[in-house]
Design a protein around this ligand. Structure first.
Ligand code: DGJ
Length: 733
């Protein structure tokens, strides 16, 4: 037996056991050929004897005992990394095409390596940890016919029940081979008595929680838009029936990638379940020359034995501790005011300064200048790619504006959309071939723009030089990186015919490379990703920016569902959330200013309105709102998140809390969507407290023990009027 940290190999049993804080993941080698199979994922085990779960002693038996039914074996065995074409007719992870046109592939174990720490994935975002925090298993497999090597990479974190996976595929042969499909992870669950959750949406209504029973056949969500998308999300969770926030088992997978993806659960013929995740095989093909390696992006798998709430907290801890990087990772973010909903394209230096002046006097700390400051851009029809300041709007230039804003004691931030090019731009007139398009086919415009071919180094270099020049010209401390259309008409002028299928992934690698350059050159910059709202709110982007704009829908009530779905996986400190003006620009709804503040407090917290024009009563509330942010943000950013009630489910009220990890305080946010008449107060049962400690309600000074607050509950009178909200802060005495 050899053991390093949480990963052990049991030689006699031919079993790998990966133990994290409270989960075990067990892999076993089967048969003389040494197929790599999945034995178990779930609650932590003290014993590795789980080979029986693979049912190798039942028909059709392993090929060494029954070669006449090798294909039937392949169709039942729980492969750790399924391959196409040799009898496994379920969803495969790997499909190749050889120079002779054959697609079959079969992998067997060759060797393995266990070590402390976790390798970076070249050019890709991934979770990270020190040698003390995590350990890694690499299982090297081979297809001897193709001379294709596949290294399955697993890491476990000591302080989390997460297992991460990726795969490296190396061509050890003498001829090129085409990868037609290279997913990242495959998981087998015994039985198919599960429900599953995915996150669905559209522009302005991202990441709503969908829950359905699993049945036979394939159930998938995906994106072919070149972005993780508004519509579906690279996340899937399987739940034991009836699992809720506190109980039931959950097996969740989240993709650390921002482009096309497939997430699929398959109810198979013997009532077992196969879950796969990876880059979507459509629009994908990768030519692997002899000696070359393809790296599959990372999948994070989280197991919870105590419902969705624990799954959520595991993701939050993992991403806060082992994915988000940079100076702002553990830091309070400056309260910003963004001029998009305040002015749209209609602004100039004076207008921006008038907003900044008023905002600074109210406690707002940073002005963000959104779309429209460059080229000839006065609406969304032109100038993307011409990243030069429009001095007709910004009289005296950018530096003057930034200096004036700084003099007010505020930081300054700016908007870019670096991946795009307007047909009406100097850049396009000079380089029409830099746009993604197919020769002889008119490319489809979207928001009147094309997408730059980010797979090309010269394109990236040219765009980056412009962005860098702007950022170096003044004291700019924040960038909002936007991306406002999906990819289609996939064609690159620089890829050979047999490499065009590489474009979507090469595009993503190009974007990652650019963002890495940006945060390396400007280490103090606060980067916020954005994609027409939240079309690229994903774990891949979190590796580069500690916060991501959650949605263009800033209405406090719409945000309840959007933020509930987003926070199911992603920490509150990453959710871009602003207080905007009413009637709300997306839905026309009028909500109390206080409620807008309470909802934005569950995210990064900022403003998106013309502070010089909002009602005086709202303006008067801003100093207390900014003080509220400073008071609670450390707790909100670092604490444990509990979902108490869901407006998406009950259609009446929403409630969540953030409890300090040491149980010393808890902040509860309660939103009553439509005021009910003639009802008693609501009882809220809190969570995550020390049952024996005494807590004081900061406002009413009432004292309760933790067990009373958690098991009996506390009563909250409904706020008067529709869309009312309350904050309750309990502090341990
Ligand atoms: C979409 C973003 O989500 C908005 O916040 C704004 O930046 C616009 N783009 C600007 O075009």
């Amino acid at each position: 037996m050899r053991g390093i940290m949480g990963i052990r190999y049991f030689e006699e049993e031919k079993v790998f056991q990966l133990d994290s804080k409270d989960a075990s993941y067990v892999i076993a080698l089967a048969d003389e050929e040494q197929f790599v199979g999945h034995a178990y994922f779930g609650r932590k085990l003290s014993d590795c004897h789980v080979r029986h779960l693979m049912r190798l002693d039942e028909g059709p038996f392993v090929p060494s005992k029954n070669n006449r039914d090798r294909a039937a074996f392949g169709d039942a065995f729980p492969f750790e990394y399924s391959t196409h074409g040799v009898g496994d007719f379920r969803e495969s992870c790997l499909k190749v095409e050889t120079s002779r046109g054959h697609e079959a592939c079969s992998l067997v174990y060759r060797s393995h390596r266990i070590y402390d720490g976790k390798p970076a994935l070249e050019g890709l975002p991934a979770t990270f940890g020190t040698e003390k925090e995590c350990s890694t298993l690499e299982i090297t497999c081979e297809d001897p016919v193709l001379q294709l090597e596949v290294v399955l990479v697993y890491s476990v974190f000591e302080d989390n029940s997460a297992v991460t996976r990726s795969a490296r595929i190396r061509n050890r042969g003498s001829e090129a081979v085409y990868l037609k499909k290279a997913l990242s992870a495959c998981l087998h669950l015994d039985g198919l008595d599960y429900e599953y959750i995915t996150l669905h949406g559209s522009w302005a209504r991202e990441r709503r929680i969908d829950r359905r029973p699993l049945t036979h056949g394939k159930h998938s969500v995906s994106s072919l838009r070149g972005e993780s998308s508004h519509q579906d999300h690279p996340f899937i969770a399987l739940l034991t029936p009836g699992a809720n926030q506190d109980s039931g088992e959950v097996y969740a997978m989240n993709f650390v990638y921002s482009g096309n993806f497939l997430a699929q659960a398959e109810g198979c013929q013997f009532d077992t379940t196969r879950v796969v995740m990876g880059i979507h095989p459509e629009n994908f093909s990768w030519k692997l020359e002899p000696g070359e390696v393809f790296t599959c992006p990372e999948v994070v798998m989280v197991y919870s034995d105590a419902g969705l709430g624990k799954m959520t907290r595991r993701f939050h801890d993992l991403y806060r501790g082992h994915l988000i990087r940079g100076e702002y990772r553990n830091k309070k973010r400056p309260i910003l005011i963004n001029n998009w909903e305040a002015t749209y394209f209609d602004f100039n230096t004076d207008k921006l300064l008038s907003i900044a002046k008023e905002a600074s006097s109210l406690g707002i700390e940073m002005l963000v200048m959104d779309d429209g400051w460059f080229g000839q851009r006065s609406d969304d029809n032109s100038s993307l790619g011409d990243w030069q300041v429009n001095e007709d709007k910004l009289a005296g230039g950018l530096k003057r504006l930034v200096d004036e804003v700084n003099k007010l004691g505020m930081k300054f931030g700016i908007w870019f959309e670096p991946e795009m090019i307007s047909p009406d731009s100097d850049l396009y007139r000079a380089h029409p071939d830099w746009a993604i398009q197919i020769p002889d086919r008119t490319p489809s415009r979207c928001r009147n723009q094309y997408v730059l071919d980010m797979s090309r180094r010269e394109v990236r270099d040219a765009v980056y030089a412009m962005v860098k020049a702007v950022l170096s010209s003044a004291n700019i401390e924040y960038v909002k990186w936007d991306m406002n259309r999906p990819l289609c008409d996939l064609g690159s002028f620089c890829l050979d015919a047999d490499r065009q299928g590489e474009l979507s992934h090469r595009y993503m690698l190009g974007v990652y490379e650019l963002q890495e350059r940006l945060i390396t050159d400007f280490p103090h910059l606060l980067l916020e990703n954005c994609s027409g709202g939240g079309a690229r709110f994903d774990a891949g982007m979190l590796y580069y920016s500690p916060q991501i704009w959650c949605s263009d829908d800033t209405d406090a009530i719409e945000r309840l569902s959007i933020q509930e779905g987003t926070s199911l996986v992603y920490p509150l400190c990453s959710m871009g959330a602003h207080i905007s003006d009413c009637p709300n620009h997306a839905v026309g709804r009028i909500t109390p200013f206080a409620t807008r503040g309470h909802v934005a407090l569950a995210g990064t917290f900022g403003y998106e309105l013309d502070v010089t024009r909002i009602p005086q009563a709202d303006r008067d509330m801003i100093p207390s709102q900014t003080a509220m942010y400073h008071k609670y943000n450390d707790l909100v950013r670092t604490g444990d998140y509990y979902r108490i009630a869901s407006y998406s489910e009950n259609r009446q009220f929403d409630c969540w809390e953030v409890a300090a990890k040491d149980g010393s305080e808890v902040l509860v946010t309660y939103v009553e969507v439509l005021r009910r008449v003639n009802f008693k107060s609501r009882t809220l049962r809190l969570r995550g407290l020390d049952p024996e400690a005494v807590y004081e309600n900061e406002e009413t000074k009432e004292r309760y023990t933790g067990d009373v607050l958690m098991y009996a509950g506390v009563q909250v009178p409904e706020p008067w009027g529709d869309f009312g909200s309350r904050l309750l802060h309990f502090v341990r005495v």
